[in-house]
Design a protein around this ligand. Structure first.
Ligand SMILES: [Zn+2]
Length: 172
């Protein structure tokens, strides 16, 4: 097992320490046969564009506090990806948008370490074209500030997550 990826010390079912946790993915107890899959989590990321600029958030929380990110977050159980994108936009930016206004871009896998639990996600990217640059942070606990950057001239080293870095580099 790799350091930083093991967050169980004992089997949650029988308390045995005799288990395997393969590839931070399948937990299997050798004593009671308890199995738990730590599956990939689905998340959305939104690329807000206005003219030739792209909107980034500056993260106010770990992982990657202080780095550039995009609005978005984990999809809740029972939600569509588009519903999650609209909900996160309302929560983070106070902006009401409709699923039909989202343009699908691509998907990209990501790693997300939170309180010593290593999550792996599939991030689903959408573009939303704004009709003005008049937009503000609502979730100030999560987002330090918003930054508009010129398309094609973005310093990718300022971006935290590998998925965001890859999609911005390839598509914008
Ligand atoms: Zn067990």
């Amino acid at each position: 097992m790799t350091a930083g990826t093991t967050f169980f010390n004992y089997c949650p079912s029988c308390s045995s320490a005799n288990f395997e946790y393969t590839n931070n993915f399948k937990f299997c107890c050798k004593d009671c046969d308890f199995v738990l899959y730590h599956n990939i989590a689905a998340a959305v990321a939104l690329v807000f564009t206005f003219e030739d600029k792209i909107l980034f958030t500056v993260r106010n929380v770990d992982p990657d506090k202080g780095k550039l990110d995009l609005p978005g977050g984990f999809i809740d159980p029972g939600e569509t990806a588009e519903e999650a994108a609209c909900r996160e936009t309302a929560e983070e930016l106070g902006l009401e948008i409709a699923p039909s206004d989202l343009r699908y871009i691509t998907t990209s896998p990501n790693h997300y370490l939170y309180k010593n639990v290593a999550y792996r996600t599939m991030d689903i990217f959408y573009e939303f074209r704004l009709s003005s640059a008049d937009i503000a942070v609502k979730a100030e606990d999560e987002i330090k500030e918003l930054v508009w950057l010129q398309r094609g001239a973005i310093d990718l080293s300022r971006i935290g997550f590998v998925s965001v870095k890859k999609v911005i580099g390839e598509y914008f």
